[in-house]
Design a binder for this molecule. Structure first.
Ligand SMILES: *[C@@H]1O[C@H](CO)[C@@H](O)[C@H](O)[C@H]1NC(C)=O
Ligand SMILES: *[C@@H]1O[C@H](CO)[C@@H](O)[C@H](O)[C@H]1NC(C)=O
Ligand SMILES: *[C@@H]1O[C@H](CO)[C@@H](O)[C@H](O)[C@H]1NC(C)=O
Ligand SMILES: *[C@@H]1O[C@H](CO)[C@@H](O)[C@H](O)[C@H]1NC(C)=O
Ligand SMILES: *[C@@H]1O[C@H](CO)[C@@H](O)[C@H](O)[C@H]1NC(C)=O
Ligand SMILES: *[C@@H]1O[C@H](CO)[C@@H](O)[C@H](O)[C@H]1NC(C)=O
Ligand SMILES: *[C@@H]1O[C@H](CO)[C@@H](O)[C@H](O)[C@H]1NC(C)=O
Ligand SMILES: *[C@@H]1O[C@H](CO)[C@@H](O)[C@H](O)[C@H]1NC(C)=O
Ligand SMILES: *[C@@H]1O[C@H](CO)[C@@H](O)[C@H](O)[C@H]1NC(C)=O
Ligand SMILES: *[C@@H]1O[C@H](CO)[C@@H](O)[C@H](O)[C@H]1NC(C)=O
Ligand SMILES: *[C@@H]1O[C@H](CO)[C@@H](O)[C@H](O)[C@H]1NC(C)=O
Ligand SMILES: *[C@@H]1O[C@H](CO)[C@@H](O)[C@H](O)[C@H]1NC(C)=O
Length: 733
């Protein structure tokens, strides 16, 4: 056909150009011209959007079918494809989208779209096959996008509306013609009402259903059994109750069953053994009771079993050890029992994570576990395990996380020697074991090669005697150290100040003496946020639970979320609070309560701009509270009660939020919050006796004589915590 133009002899250069262009367009674009109405609709669509990544190259001079980014057409020039994911699009979706009635594939995922979907959109798009708008900020009630009683087009195959802010219900009749629907993802929105399981009756080809992270409630209705092709079912992080419906056990193709963080109860029926393709079972944080099905070993494809935080009892079925593909086995916080030494782990060659914490297991760490070369994380905290640490644990050369806290293990010297040889260990939590033993102290106890990768060491709540171990100085990578709730005596060794990554230190509740260790004010990771940010902090394979002061418990999934902190409360430390402490600009928590510190509160405490908690209560501090402390904008907890402070309490800033209890037991203090008005002249900061110079001198004279006391307010790792979802709107940015 293009040859037919050749006889037209060019009369001029511009004619030649014209012919060449014509040839070019005929050769390279066998597309039809763009349908004019569709072009208008696309312009209207485009006009309501902008993009941080630059404008779309949609121009009226070019054919929308062949030259427009993200657009495709059928043979008649009707637009069938609108594919602009990850394109930085901002703004709302124009109602004109509904005029593209031939549109079959739409993908606007991962943009910044806001607003409602156009009214009756789904009733107009009657060729729609793929509809993907996930990860935007679209909102509203989807009902408005259908004619009353309307449904998705019978051509629909994939719907992904996840990670938006939609609310209202999802109605079963939307799917009445969904006979080709294979995937529906509504996760991470604010949907309410029942899960529309009738979807399974009208959409038998469904392979993927994801309702997780919404506010669906009620019982799981019957209907699932129609989804005989279902591979993935997720409905976790909702408010579902009732029992597992029996017809769930008909889904023989199911590979993943994830219903965590709901209130589903009853037992895990043996019907589950029929689902022989299951690889992932996540039923954690529910109310399941009874035992784990005895023949669970029939699920030989199983890779991940998450049953933590339920009321399961009985023992771990021996058959589970036949699931040789297991990678993750998480059973913490149940009432499981039995002697775990008797379990034969030796065939679980792929096992990486084992969490048996907070149950009623007895025995010791099973020897057979040590042949599982892939193991990286083990947690058996809060059981009734006993005995000394088996030396063969060093065979777990990939082990990075180990938590044994709150058991009755014995022989701490032996344990430290063995663990020092576990080359990969990053997190070692031994708190609440080894009661009343003496912690080994001499520097040579572990070699220089010991604990090469260790970042977290928790030895709190063991009632240890002895001194702060000198071998700690060899643990170069240490970021968090807990020795709280012991009976450790002596001074805090200066050498602690040489731990260049240390930013969390808890020595509270011991018998430590001496001055505030000046070397602590040299800790680089507490001085500079930038230094702290550069630390290569490991991701925690299992959460760590921290209970500073043995009161609140926080769960940490990442080491970098641990607050930079010094806890020294409940010791016999004395002397002044050195002004050098104000160099620790990255410090978030400083607890010096219940010691014998005297002198003034250094006025330049206000340099610690990141401070969130400052507890100086129950010491012997004198003079005034520096008014400059009101510049500490993040300070949310402040306690100077039971000292000898005097003068006015600062006003303004965070000081408006502290109550009387922060100040009681200081007869000389006055101010509104104590309902005791101050006399005319306020105590000035200048009255403080510690000047920077003077303190520096103190440092020079006493700097190497001071002792340190440390602690991780004990008891890392004891309780597990039931996380609830955050309301959907607060999840957004
Ligand atoms: C517009 O962008 C698309 C893809 O980025 C490209 O294929 C097309 O040629 C461009 N059109 C014009 C007219 O530049
Ligand atoms: C939409 O585009 C995103 C980004 O390229 C892609 O990950 C996603 O799979 C697409 N959706 C569908 C249904 O193909
Ligand atoms: C469903 O899919 C099949 C196979 O792809 C196709 O032949 C049929 O036309 C589709 N049905 C509808 C209503 O689109
Ligand atoms: C559903 O979408 C979310 C993102 O919005 C994604 O994380 C999740 O994996 C998807 N579900 C399925 C079953 O693919
Ligand atoms: C959503 O819209 C439907 C139909 O208009 C209405 O019945 C329902 O109450 C709405 N839901 C919410 C939460 O607004
Ligand atoms: C498990 O608990 C149930 C009650 O919830 C009780 O009936 C059953 O005997 C217990 N089983 C075992 C093995 O302890
Ligand atoms: C484990 O599997 C083997 C062979 O498949 C079988 O003989 C044995 O009974 C199973 N063990 C348990 C405890 O189910
Ligand atoms: C647990 O089992 C092991 C191995 O059979 C046995 O040596 C040990 O005494 C048992 N422990 C308890 C507390 O029963
Ligand atoms: C320690 O373990 C016991 C059971 O062995 C449990 O009752 C207790 O609550 C645990 N302590 C903490 C602080 O979790
Ligand atoms: C922590 O507090 C609990 C009660 O709140 C107490 O029983 C326990 O002994 C305390 N732990 C330590 C190590 O003091
Ligand atoms: C406190 O901060 C000021 C200004 O950032 C600085 O000049 C001073 O040296 C700091 N004082 C101490 C003790 O770090
Ligand atoms: C506080 O200081 C006074 C006098 O300096 C002293 O008698 C008292 O023992 C000190 N109290 C504490 C708790 O150190």
């Amino acid at each position: 056909m293009k040859l037919g133009f050749l006889p037209l002899l060019p009369q001029s250069n511009s004619d030649l150009l014209f012919i060449l262009l014509l040839l070019y367009s005929l050769t390279f674009s066998n597309q039809q011209a763009c349908n004019p109405q569709d072009q208008q609709s696309l312009f209207a669509f485009c006009n309501s959007l902008s993009s941080s990544l630059g404008p779309l190259n949609w121009s009226s001079d070019t054919n929308c079918c062949s030259s427009w980014e993200g657009i495709g057409c059928d043979e008649e020039g009707r637009v069938t494809l609108l594919w602009l994911p990850l394109r930085g699009l901002e703004g709302s979706i124009s109602a004109s989208l509904g005029s593209l009635t031939s549109l079959s594939k739409l993908n606007l995922s991962y943009n910044h779209l806001i607003g409602y979907l156009p009214e009756r959109l789904f009733s107009s798009l009657n060729s729609l096959e793929i509809f993907d708008i996930q990860s935007n900020s679209l909102y509203g009630n989807l009902s408005a996008s259908f004619f009353s009683d309307g449904s998705f087009s019978s051509t629909i195959q994939v719907i992904d509306i996840s990670s938006n802010i939609f609310h209202g219900g999802i109605e079963p009749y939307w799917f009445f013609h969904g006979s080709n629907l294979s995937s529906f993802n509504a996760s991470n929105n604010g949907f309410t009402g029942n899960i529309p399981l009738a979807i399974c009756i009208t959409c038998p080809l469904l392979r993927t259903l994801d309702f997780s992270d919404n506010s669906f409630s009620g019982e799981l209705p019957v209907g699932l059994g129609g989804c005989l092709n279902l591979r993935v079912l997720r409905a976790g992080f909702n408010l579902l109750s009732g029992l597992l419906p029996d017809d769930i056990y008909r889904l023989r193709s199911l590979v993943e069953l994830s219903l965590p963080v709901n209130n589903i109860g009853g037992t895990i029926g043996s019907g589950i053994l029929e689902l022989a393709n299951l690889k992932i079972i996540k039923l954690y944080s529910n109310n399941f009771a009874g035992t784990i099905p005895q023949e669970i070993g029939k699920l030989f494809k199983l890779e991940q079993l998450y049953l933590q935080i339920n009321n399961l009892n009985g023992s771990i079925p021996a058959s589970l050890m036949n699931c040789t593909n297991l990678v993750k086995l998480i059973l913490r916080v149940n009432s499981l029992e039995g002697n775990i030494s008797k379990l034969d782990f030796s065939r679980l060659n792929h096992l990486q994570t084992l969490d048996l914490g907070n149950n009623k297991f007895i025995g010791n760490l099973p020897e057979t576990l040590f042949s599982c070369k892939s193991v990286t994380a083990v947690r058996v905290a809060s059981n009734n395990l006993a005995g000394s640490i088996p030396p063969n644990i060093v065979a777990l050369t990939s082990l990075t996380f180990l938590s044994l806290s709150n058991n009755s293990f014995t022989n701490v010297s032996n344990a430290i020697k063995i663990f020092a040889g576990c080359k990969s260990l990053v997190t070692l939590i031994l708190s609440k074991n080894f009661y009343n033993e003496v912690i080994p102290g001499i520097k040579t106890f572990i070699g220089q090669e010991g604990f090469k990768n260790l970042q977290v060491l928790a030895l709190g709540g063991c009632n240890f005697e002895g001194q702060v171990p000198e071998w700690l100085v060899y643990i170069n990578n240490l970021v968090a150290l807990d020795l709280s709730y012991n009976r450790i005596t002596g001074k805090i060794p200066d050498s602690i100040g040489n731990l260049s990554s240390l930013f969390y230190l808890d020595f509270s509740r011991n018998l430590l003496r001496g001055d505030f260790p000046l070397q602590l004010s040299r800790l680089p990771a507490l001085i500079s946020e930038r230094v702290a940010q550069k630390l290569s902090l490991s991701f925690l394979q299992l959460p760590v639970f921290v209970s500073p002061n043995n009161v609140t418990t926080r769960q940490y999934n990442q080491l970098e979320h641990l607050p930079p902190a010094i806890y020294l409360s409940g010791n016999h430390l004395s002397g002044r609070i050195p002004v050098e402490i104000t160099q620790l600009q990255n410090l978030h928590i400083l607890d010096l309560s219940e010691n014998s510190f005297s002198g003034s509160i250094p006025p330049n405490f206000s340099n610690l701009t990141n401070l969130e908690m400052l507890d100086l209560s129950q010491n012997n501090l004198t003079n005034g509270i520096p008014t400059s402390l009101r510049n500490l904008n993040f300070l949310s907890r402040f306690n100077v009660s039971h000292n000898q402070l005097e003068g006015p309490i600062p006003e303004g800033g965070q000081f408006e939020t502290f109550t009387e209890s922060s100040y009681i037991g200081n007869p000389g203090l006055c101010g509104r919050v104590l309902q005791s008005p101050c006399s005319a002249q306020p105590v000035q900061d200048a009255q403080h006796q510690d000047t920077a110079d003077k303190s520096k001198k103190t440092f020079l004279v006493e700097g190497f004589l001071t002792g340190f006391s440390i602690i991780f307010p004990s008891v890392l790792a004891i309780q597990a915590y039931r996380h609830r979802r955050i309301l959907y709107y607060s999840k957004k940015r």
